[in-house]
Design a protein around this ligand. Structure first.
Ligand SMILES: O=C(O)C(=O)C[C@]1(C(=O)O)C=C[C@@H](O)C=C1
Length: 305
């Protein structure tokens, strides 16, 4: 960026996996902690940050629906993705033993990703959700809680002076979270490297639209990497159109699809032209380079050396 340091908003406090994802997406960036996902969206909209890096899906816990809803409500563009291996540790104050614990706190996704391992460890604990993993570690340190452990990264242990009681407690060693990078402007799609495109669509009447939309991709040999439906029965959603005008609309379901093609490719443009004919609402969330970095399931970014 020619000496310009990119400011990247993420949800959580230092030591959160989202901070690590921001660093992976934009090495040497200035990572800006935000207490809620929506604050990260707003930070970019208000020019406090240049990008936001937000989790959208975990290999164990599934989709992070809140961010899909926020993508619809805000007018930011997906400009990239990063896959981050997530390696969880059980952290407590120095000197605390597992037998003393009565509570484990963490981000709901992290609790879900360690559900079986926590049971296998034989801990007699209640599980409580907090805003982020590193925030859980910070809370224990600040309040000197000797009966509580956090599920968080090894970096969070370092930052908040906690010890690691158990290492690699995620239920699956190949636990990985996919993050998207968001910006105010879309990037120009290219064809010189593998691209992915994310769209969201809905139809006023019924759900048969799904079959027609999927066939538009199938006939052009475009692979889908994700399909997600979000029920919106009895709920309206605030949509923002190309003129940045917000309207409240009611759809029974919203469908999110990621496909492996760039919007610079004619076959992708034709597929979307067809999709537009079948749907009442269609938005391209972004067309961006795929994260192709291979990762090793047995050792995550957050392991103790
Ligand atoms: O709490 C954190 O550390 C986060 O970055 C959030 C988050 C998530 O929202 O899924 C990110 C990655 C892990 O899957 C667990 C938690």
């Amino acid at each position: 960026m020619h000496g310009f340091q990119l400011r990247v908003a993420y949800q959580g406090v230092p030591g959160a996996y989202s901070e690590a994802a921001a660093g992976k997406a934009y090495p040497n960036c200035e990572a800006i902690p935000c207490d809620q996902f929506e604050v990260a969206f707003k930070a970019v909209e208000l020019w406090i940050a240049d990008r936001a890096v937000l989790p959208v899906e975990n290999s164990l816990g599934g989709s992070i629906h809140r961010n899909y809803d926020l993508l619809l409500r805000h007018r930011l563009h997906i400009v990239g993705e990063v896959q981050l291996p997530v390696h969880h540790c059980l952290l407590a104050l120095p000197g605390v033993r597992k037998e003393y614990l009565s509570r484990v706190i963490s981000h709901p996704q992290a609790l879900a990703q360690c559900e079986h391992t926590l049971t296998k460890l034989g801990l007699n604990v209640t599980r409580e959700a907090v805003d982020d993993t590193a925030g859980a570690a910070e809370y224990i340190a600040t309040n000197n809680l000797r009966d509580t452990a956090a599920i968080a990264s090894a970096r969070a242990a370092d930052l908040y002076g906690l010890q690691i009681l158990a290492d690699g407690i995620q239920d699956d060693s190949s636990n990985v979270t996919r993050f998207v990078m968001l910006a105010r402007e879309p990037i120009i799609p290219r064809t010189d490297r593998p691209f992915k495109t994310s769209i969201v669509f809905a139809h006023d009447k019924g759900t048969s639209v799904l079959f027609k939309v999927l066939s538009a991709f199938a006939f052009r040999n475009i692979s889908l990497t994700k399909i997600e439906s979000r029920p919106h029965r009895n709920r309206t959603i605030r949509l923002v159109d190309d003129a940045n005008v917000g309207t409240a609309k009611h759809f029974e379901y919203m469908f999110y699809v990621d496909f492996e093609a760039s919007m610079a490719e004619v076959r992708a443009q034709n597929a979307l032209a067809e999709v537009q004919e079948f749907t009442s609402f269609l938005r391209v969330l972004g067309s961006y380079p795929m994260d192709m970095t291979p990762w090793c399931p047995s050792r995550g970014d957050h392991q103790v050396p």
